[in-house]
Structure formats: C-alpha cells, structure tokens
Design a protein around this ligand. Structure first.
Ligand SMILES: *[C@@H]1O[C@H](CO)[C@@H](O)[C@H](O)[C@H]1NC(C)=O
Ligand SMILES: *[C@@H]1O[C@H](CO)[C@@H](O)[C@H](O)[C@H]1NC(C)=O
Length: 476
C-alpha cells in the first residue's frame, strides 16, 4: 500500500497524500577484508530504519544539536517552535565565535508555514509556503555597531542599535527561505525505540549573502533535533533559551586538523542540484595525495545508484582560517578520474556524447568503469582535468567520541570553488573516520567497497527517467 501511495506522491506531485514511507536499510554481506573497517563508518546506515512523513507534521519544538556554521561565516543556534495551527516562533541566536560561546544578537521571528506539495527539485523533501508576521532583534554584546553594519544590507535599520533593547525589524528585506523546503526523518535501530532520532531538515542557506533573500533551497542545513531528544546536551541548553537569554555553549579546545586516513559519509547526503551521494575520502599526509569515491544516487535514501566517480590527486595545506578558529585552508587538485555509469539511463546519456568529450565515444556500459583522465575529464559532468579546488577543513567529534571531518560547503549556484575568492566559509555534513590508513591495508574505495543497500518499501524509482543527468559536478 505504501508503495502505491508513494508513487502517487512522487509522480503526481499535485497534493500530498498522507503517507508514511519506510526505508529499511539492510546490509549486503560485507567482505571482511581489512578495508571493510570503513564499513563501520556506514554502520549507522546499516540496520537503520528511516521513516519520512509526507506531508511532514512538524508540530513541536526543534533545536540545534551543535553550534552551526552558516556561509559568511555566521555562527548560529536555532530553536524553532511549530504549533498545530500552522503558526511558528523561531529563535535564531547569533554568535561571534565558532563555539557559540559569545552571543552577539538574537532574532525572534513569528509567522505561519504550511506544506504545499512534494518537491520536484529535491526528492523526498516537502515544499512549504510561509509568511512572516513579526521579527524582533536584540543585541547582547557591546558590538551593536558592528551588528548594525552587518544587518544593514539585510534589514532597513533606521536607528542605532543598543544592547539589551528589542527592535522590531520589519520590512520586505527580511526572509526565512529555509522554511520553503523541509524533510522530517525518524530513524532508529531495530528493536530499540529508545534510540529513535527525529530530525527536521530545513532548506539550505545560499552561500552568497546577497542571494539569500530569494533563494529557493535545493539542499538542507544541519538538521534540527526534537527538543525532547535524549543524549543531546546542546539541545537541552538551546531549548531552554529565550530572546533575552541566549544559549551559551562552552568553548572547546581547538582540534588540530589531521586528514590522514579514510573517511566516509554518515548519511545519504543531498547536494544542491538534485544529487544524492555518499563520499569516501582517503588522505595520505606523508605523500600529500588523496583519493575520493563518490557514489551518486537518484533517490533520497541512496538506494538507486546512477553513477560513481573515483578521483585522485594531490593537496597542500595552507594557512589557518582567519574567520573560523581551528579550521585550515587547503588546495586540492584532481588529476585522475574514473567514471562508472551505474544504470542504463546514465550509460545511454554518456554514450551519445560526441567526440572525445568524456572517455571513448559510444563505449559506455552500465557497471563498467572508464578512466576519463585521457580526455581531460568529462565535459558532460562539468569536469575538466586537472582541476583545482580551494578548500576549508575542520575537525569535530561525534557524541561517541569518534573523529569527524568537515570540508567546505559547495557554492549554492553549483559552481566549483576553483578560485581562492570562492573558498567556502561553511561546511558540508561531516565525514567520519573509519581508519587511520597507517598500516598496509588496502586504500581508497574500490568499486563496490562501500555499497550498501536500502530496503525501501517505497523507494520507487519512477521519476528516474525524468531526472536529467546533472551537469554540474564538484568534488570533495
Ligand atoms: C501532529 O502532531 C501533533 C503532536 O506531535 C498532534 O497533536 C497533531 O494532531 C498532529 N497533526 C496531524 C495533522 O496529524
Ligand atoms: C525488505 O523489507 C520487507 C518488509 O520489511 C521484508 O519482508 C523483506 O524481506 C526485506 N528484504 C530484504 C532483502 O531485506
């Protein structure tokens, strides 16, 4: 039943049909060679059950589970309350530092929001419309003048800001486009309801500030968690804050950025431009080389592979970031690339390419990798080799103490950060370290190494033929 309902949601996209789609994630028998340690990074995906509700019932209190970095950079925590009648109260707390320990100003935004339809642009997401009714601003620190300067472009401030006073911000320059795209996920482990996690994904924020106001989200920010979440200390602090009492998180010691080893995605990631993917990156610090394995999928639970890319090259470490304490700049070059079409549609698309635009003309076959280094990359995928990207890396830790690696968010316009001035100021979802790559273990992602299957009872692939091959591929 679920399957047919979902087909309707995905294909008609006219109205929502209330449905619950369960995506069960089962694991293929995993080869137990040494590199299979990297599978442990995908363990969260194995044995996990993701439930997505369309339309999402977002009633409740949703909060940040960490200090979030937005492009700019901006450091923010969020506490959003959605009420059954469609109204909401959103608190956004802004900070001066990447630990969210020094509040600078807060916004209290009131309005209403309602889901409209399933998104065509981002499968698995819901498009919503919202209206704002009131926006209040309160500065906390002595840096009100600085904040004023910062906000001036976004809001029409007619008076000098003073700390401790509340101001009404009201003009057409303010928007909250993140409410236009949502996805509500419940995931848990079989037989353990206490480990159930509820996450609310809201639309991404454009990487260029001037574009934010009218930005149509095509990806997501770090998800918010239910304020009731257990085992989330930051959630508790954020959920009890109000406009006058912003959450103050504790400053953490800076973690040195060490890339060495193998790193994998912790979830099926969404990249603006309808790409769903998992990443596996390997770095050799001694040789300053890297390899990346990117598995692309047509669906939001990474079940239907479309194509896979292996890339490798060199990198060099640059200066520490001036804007984000603890983050470090890097420069990456991509010198080799292999493309594997994973379904017939992608193979056919690659096959019709003329000349030597992407591998040998007309030779593409499903499941057969082709080295496109000799054709200087793959024009159809928007990749010219050698290719250089300007990067920003930072390290973190998950609640169980495992190392996380954050690298730069890709520009929202789909371009590549191929110039220093396009270097990211915010991050993608983190990768988790699965091995340090120090011993003689086999390195890099071999095709099939990090495949996992999702048993999705409604992961219908009906849209697949309609989704164009994305011609904007970026690395990292
Ligand atoms: C949404 O969830 C809330 C509680 O979380 C419940 O009270 C409400 O009835 C639900 N709304 C719908 C339309 O199911
Ligand atoms: C997929 O899930 C269904 C329903 O839970 C189950 O009956 C089926 O055996 C599963 N298939 C696999 C391959 O795990």
């Amino acid at each position: 039943m679920c399957a047919s309902v979902c087909v309707c949601v995905c294909v008609c996209v006219c109205v929502f049909t209330v449905s619950v789609c369960e995506h069960r994630v089962g694991s293929d028998p995993v080869p137990l060679d040494s590199s299979s340690r990297c599978h442990s990074g995908l363990k969260q995906l194995h044995g996990q059950q993701v439930t997505v509700h369309l339309p999402p019932n977002i009633t409740g209190h949703w909060v940040s589970s960490s200090c979030e970095v937005r492009p700019g950079p901006e450091f923010i925590t969020r506490s959003y309350r959605f009420f059954p009648d469609g109204s909401f109260q959103a608190l956004q707390f802004y900070y001066q530092d990447p630990d969210c320990s020094e509040p600078s100003y807060s916004l209290l935004i009131r309005g209403s929001v309602r889901p409209l339809q399933a998104s065509w642009l981002v499968r698995g997401g819901a498009v919503c419309e919202y209206h704002l009714s009131r926006v209040q601003l309160l500065c906390h620190g002595p840096k009100a003048a600085l904040i004023q300067q910062r906000l001036q472009s976004a809001c029409d401030l007619r008076q000098p800001l003073r700390p401790g006073l509340t101001y009404e911000l009201w003009d057409e320059h303010f928007s909250m486009q993140e409410l236009q795209l949502m996805r509500l996920e419940r995931s848990g482990h079989h037989g353990d309801p206490s480990r159930q996690i509820e996450e609310l994904f809201l639309g991404d924020v454009h990487t260029v500030r001037a574009q934010r106001r009218l930005h149509q989200p095509a990806g997501y920010q770090t998800p918010l968690q239910s304020a009731k979440a257990e085992r989330c200390g930051v959630c508790r602090i954020v959920s009890s804050a109000d406009l006058h009492h912003p959450p103050v998180l504790s400053a953490r010691p800076e973690r040195p950025v060490r890339l060495q080893g193998d790193w994998v995605s912790t979830r099926c990631e969404v990249r603006p431009g309808v790409l769903f993917l998992t990443r596996q990156l390997t770095f050799h610090e001694d040789r300053q080389t890297w390899t990346g394995q990117y598995e692309h999928f047509s669906d939001p639970v990474c079940r239907h592979p479309t194509f896979s890319i292996s890339a490798s090259g060199r990198y060099s470490r640059g200066a520490p970031s001036a804007d984000i304490g603890g983050a470090v700049q890097f420069t990456f070059t991509v010198t080799h690339m292999t493309v594997t079409p994973m379904d017939e549609a992608t193979a056919s698309l690659l096959k019709v390419l003329r000349g030597r635009a992407c591998g040998a003309e007309g030779s593409w076959q499903r499941g057969v990798p082709q080295d496109v280094t000799s054709t200087s990359g793959c024009a159809a995928l928007g990749v010219r080799l050698p290719h250089t990207e300007y990067e920003l890396f930072s390290m973190g830790q998950d609640p169980s103490g495992r190392s996380l690696l954050y690298n730069g968010q890709r520009p929202s316009d789909g371009s590549s950060p191929d110039r220093p001035e396009r270097r990211p100021t915010s991050f993608q979802p983190p990768l988790i370290r699965c091995s340090t790559g120090q011993t003689g273990e086999r390195r890099g992602g071999r095709e099939g190494d990090q495949r996992f299957t999702l048993n999705a009872s409604c992961g219908s692939n009906t849209l697949h033929g309609l989704v164009p091959l994305i011609l904007l591929l970026v690395f990292m």
